[in-house]
Structures are given as structure tokens and as C-alpha cells.
Design a protein around this ligand. Structure first.
Ligand code: CLF
Ligand code: SF4
Length: 290
């Protein structure tokens, strides 16, 4: 089960706190909030906050320029060498912001050994993949909430694609097509792909196992079934219970490895997953310094 990986990428995975549960207590990540714009509107998202697909909702991260992101990386990597992953996960969609590539380029030049990671809603994935490869992204998360356009049409309000606004099933079809094509192309190019799926009771809960089957076909490395946080247009929906989520994860497990230790990080989080240092006092941070 699962894709065959080379030695270098296996090392990267063993030091990636999200891809390997044994790495989560030893190795950390930095999120650089360089990507404020988004090109879609998910019904569970309130846009003045961080992207809910891979971030803690109700939190507004301060946006950094690529140069500021490099400086922050320099500072943090010097103090905390257990951080091996530098990622861009918002506050909007990284692929809708050129600053994502500028920041990665600067960081890659200075820190060629770190793993570059990012998350996306996948709309621009086929088009942006060459840029991702150029700057050296090696782990990628795509949020796939449905592979059936009728279901996805209930989850996404609209997508803005090549300057045009699409709604309903038409919007969903474009997004799903690009996600699946993009995931396939990314895996073929050697990127290790993780998929996040937001579990939305009454909307996609019965469908998630079908997504897992598709991920197996595509060669996706790991899947993270995240609970809905009910806000925005979905404020009236009940989030899944822990038992409901566990049952879905168990149903998906035969098809694709399940991540169960996600912390729904802020787009400016850094440190170990369980210990976001962006939220610590200077005093506490100094205790962890090497
Ligand atoms: Fe960040 Fe995401 Fe890369 Fe990890 S987070 S971009 S894969 S380095 Fe990790 Fe945070 Fe969960 Fe994301 S715990 S929200 S799964
Ligand atoms: Fe919000 Fe993220 Fe969806 Fe964009 S992709 S609308 S930022 S949850």
C-alpha cells in the first residue's frame, strides 16, 4: 500500500511532523503567513481569518512579505534546529499569491536542506506545479472535500478561475478536475501528497470513503480527516463528534494512511505541533532555545 519513495524523500518524511506521527514530538515546522489572497469561497470560511482548510479558524495571522518571511526563518532556524519543515499555509491560498514562490525561492537559496511544504485548495495546482517544482516544494497538502461535483457544489460558494466567477456544479467541476489532475501530476513529479478532508455531517460524511478510494488510486501518501468548524455559511451545521470522525477514519484506513494528530495550526505557527511557539511568551520561548 502507498507509493514507492526514494531515500531522500523518506528522510524528509521521517522528519516531517505532519507526515510521520513519530516525528511530531521531535521535529517542528514554521508556517510563514505570506499568502493573504484566496481564489475560492468555501462555505465554512470567514475570509478575514486564516484559511480553514489547513488552519485554525477565528485567527488572523499578520501577513509577512517574502523578505520578512526569510528573516523570520533565519531567526527561528538559528534558535530551534529541530525545525526541519518550512511551510506556507495561508492565511489564504498559497497558489493564489506570487509571494509564496518568492518566499520559497529566498529560503531555498539560504537553507537548501529544509523541506518546503505547502497547502492549497488545488484550483491552480496543474498550472502552478512547474513553479512549485522550480522552487523545490517536496511535500504538498491539497484539501479535497468531495470528488462528486453535486456534493462539492454544496461546500464551495464560488471559484474565481482565470478572472471569471463560477458557481454551483460548474464551479465544483472545475475545482475537482484541477485537484485530481494536479495531485496526479504532483505525485508523478515526486512530490509527496497529503489530502485534507473537512468532515461535514449531512453534506460529505457518507462520501469521504469514496474520496479515500480515489486517493489510493492516485498514490496519495496520507489523508487527514478534519472536523468541520461551524462558521460562515455553515454556522448552523453541527460539527462531527469524535466518534463519528473516528468511524470515518477507520473506514478510510484500508485505502490510505490516516493522520490523526493534526492540530489545525495557525498560518503563522512554529515549533512542535503540540507547542505553537508563536503563541508563547518570550520567556517560555527562551527556555526552548538551543
Ligand atoms: Fe504545515 Fe500542513 Fe505542511 Fe504540516 S501543518 S502546511 S502539512 S507543515 Fe499539520 Fe498543522 Fe494539521 Fe496542517 S498539524 S494543520 S496537517
Ligand atoms: Fe477560506 Fe481556505 Fe476555502 Fe480560501 S480555500 S475560502 S481561505 S477555507
Amino acid at each position: 500500500k502507498g507509493p514507492i519513495l526514494g531515500e531522500e524523500i523518506r528522510r524528509k518524511i521521517s522528519e516531517h511532523p505532519c507526515y510521520d506521527k513519530n516525528a511530531q514530538h521531535k521535529f517542528g515546522r514554521i508556517h510563514l503567513a505570506v499568502a493573504p489572497k484566496c481564489n475560492i469561497q468555501c462555505n465554512f470560511c470567514v475570509r478575514e481569518f486564516d484559511c480553514v482548510n489547513e488552519s485554525r479558524p477565528g485567527v488572523t495571522s499578520k501577513v509577512l512579505s517574502p523578505q520578512e518571511a526569510l528573516e523570520k526563518t533565519r531567526q527561528i532556524l538559528a534558535d530551534y534546529p529541530f525545525i526541519k519543515v518550512v511551510a506556507i499555509a495561508g492565511p489564504g491560498d498559497p497558489l493564489a499569491n506570487d509571494e509564496t514562490f518568492e518566499a520559497f525561492e529566498l529560503i531555498r537559496k539560504e537553507f537548501p536542506e529544509v523541506t518546503l511544504c505547502m497547502s492549497t485548495n488545488g484550483l491552480m495546482l496543474p498550472e502552478k506545479l512547474p513553479d512549485m517544482l522550480r522552487v523545490g516544494v517536496s511535500t504538498l497538502t491539497v484539501t479535497v472535500n468531495a470528488i462528486d461535483p453535486e456534493i462539492q457544489a454544496k461546500i464551495v460558494n464560488h471559484v474565481v478561475y482565470h478572472g471569471k466567477v463560477y458557481r454551483g456544479v460548474e464551479a465544483a467541476e472545475i475545482q475537482i478536475k484541477n485537484q485530481l489532475e494536479g495531485i496526479k501530476a504532483a505525485i508523478d513529479a515526486g512530490i509527496v501528497v497529503k489530502v485534507n478532508t473537512v468532515l461535514i455531517p449531512g453534506i460529505n460524511d457518507k462520501h469521504v470513503v469514496e474520496i479515500a478510494r480515489k486517493l489510493n488510486e492516485l498514490g496519495v501518501y496520507i489523508m487527514n480527516v478534519m472536523p468541520l468548524i461551524n462558521q460562515g455559511a455553515f454556522a448552523h451545521l453541527e460539527p462531527p463528534t469524535a466518534e463519528e470522525r473516528k468511524a470515518v477514519q477507520e473506514a478510510c484506513e484500508p485505502y490510505v494512511m490516516q493522520m490523526r494528530h493534526c492540530r489545525q495550526c495557525r498560518s503563522d505557527a512554529y515549533g512542535l505541533l503540540a507547542q505553537d511557539m508563536s503563541q508563547m511568551s518570550e520567556e517560555r520561548r527562551n527556555l526552548i532555545k538551543i
